[in-house]
Design a binder for this molecule. Structure first.
Ligand SMILES: NC(=O)c1ccc[n+]([C@@H]2O[C@H](COP(=O)([O-])OP(=O)(O)OC[C@H]3O[C@@H](n4cnc5c(N)ncnc54)[C@H](O)[C@@H]3O)[C@@H](O)[C@H]2O)c1
Length: 363
């Protein structure tokens, strides 16, 4: 019998990922875990999953579980990731990796000491648009990038109280990840401002006064600056995540709401002397997934079941099977997450420059 055993922990957002693990050719068994017995039996029955556990401790005590994917509330991600790595299991975790810098260093160290794989399951770099533009850049067709901009507007008012008053940039990797993935680099420092004002009763446990934060990042070994805006409250707009990227040959603007078509621009040198634009139709990237996963899910099912999720699961599982670091390992995850933590720090200091640590050096 080949393949790994994966435990999916946290079955709200987590249930979206189950069909992907169940269809992956390198996954032998899927175990589910949630302290909520109703969620556990509803999800277990729906997907025919026998192994149902009610606590992470039980998952970590199970010798046959090779890897754990955490989809638990935000404030549990860092401590639970450390427990998973300490137990000698591979760890995938929903964004964000952590809510403070010290935990990011702990995760980088724990990953290295454990020798196990870690992957932050950031969806932003695996959208069709991001993968398509990345391919154009990697093949040299996009030219030299001069600027990038990302945004994530999500009114978190309907979510659990954990989200009330959360510093907006703490959860900004959906906006940043596509740009850093395309550019193939990381952030080195940030200047940010808070915008707007939350009433005291909406500042939640975080005591944060900003419904919006906007940041400008310097990058490692790149002349490009990135501008990232994140809103969480009191900002009525198209909801969603998007990015723009511009170069000497092309420009790309994502649509301004989910499902809206993007635009690709062509330099005036490319045709009749004017800057032309056309609707952007990203290519189908499901062909890059293992045939068995594609076949079992079917092309439409992959789309409906969260196409970036299929790419992320495939990368996590294959990195384990192939014994190599994952595409978003601890050092990368720490950089993307620190970008937001440092950004909020800068906003609190009225836009002062805040350096982002180099997590690749010895922790
Ligand atoms: N695009 C994305 O990447 C994306 C989208 C949505 C959510 N998320 C992330 O996924 C995470 C989960 O989101 P959600 O909306 O499902 O959150 P949620 O709070 O609605 O659900 C969390 C689930 O975890 C379970 N849980 C709580 N404590 C637990 C514990 N100690 N051990 C095991 N399970 C526990 C809860 O019973 C619940 O079923 C969030 O942190 C969020 O940041 C990411």
């Amino acid at each position: 019998v080949t393949g790994i055993t994966v435990a999916v922990v946290g079955l709200n957002f987590g249930r979206l990922w189950l069909p992907i693990y169940l269809a992956h050719p390198d996954v032998r068994t899927v175990v589910i875990c949630d302290p909520d017995p109703a969620a556990l039996s509803a999800v277990g029955d729906q997907y025919g999953i026998e192994r149902r556990l009610t606590s992470l401790d039980e998952v970590l005590a199970a010798d046959d579980v090779d890897a754990v994917h955490l989809l638990t509330p935000l404030d549990l991600h860092a401590p639970q990731s450390l427990s998973v790595l300490a137990s000698g299991k591979h760890c995938a975790v929903a964004v964000t990796a952590a809510l403070d810098m010290a935990s990011l260093w702990d995760i980088v160290r724990a990953q290295r000491e454990s020798g196990k794989n870690y992957m932050m399951m950031e969806t932003g770099g695996y959208s069709r648009a991001a993968l398509h533009i990345k391919r154009m850049v990697d093949e040299g067709r996009f030219g030299e990038i001069t600027f990038g901009r990302g945004a994530h507007h999500q009114d978190v008012g309907g979510l659990s109280s954990l989200w009330t008053g959360i510093p907006p940039l703490w959860y900004s990797s959906h906006a940043l990840a596509p740009l850093l993935t395309i550019l193939g680099t990381s952030v080195s420092s940030v200047r940010a401002l808070g915008s707007g004002r939350l009433p005291v009763e909406k500042r939640g446990r975080w005591g944060n006064a900003f419904p919006v934060e906007t940041a400008i990042y310097d990058l490692v070994d790149s002349p490009v600056a990135l501008e990232i805006t994140r809103s969480t409250h009191q900002t009525v707009s198209g909801q969603g995540e998007w990015f723009s990227v511009y170069s000497d040959r092309h420009g790309f603007d994502w649509g301004r709401a989910w499902g809206e078509e993007g635009q690709l621009f062509h330099s005036r040198d490319a045709g009749d002397g004017t800057i032309r634009s056309e609707p952007f139709h990203p290519s189908d990237t499901t062909s890059e997934l293992p045939e068995q996963l594609r076949e079992r899910l079917g092309p439409q099912a992959v789309d409906a079941l969260f196409e970036p999720g299929a790419h992320l699961v495939d990368e996590f599982v294959r990195s384990i099977v192939e014994g190599r670091p994952s595409g978003i390992d601890a050092v990368v995850a720490a950089n993307w997450t620190a970008a937001g933590i440092a950004g909020h720090e800068s906003a609190l200091a009225g836009g002062a420059v805040v350096a982002i640590p180099d997590f690749g050096r010895e922790a």
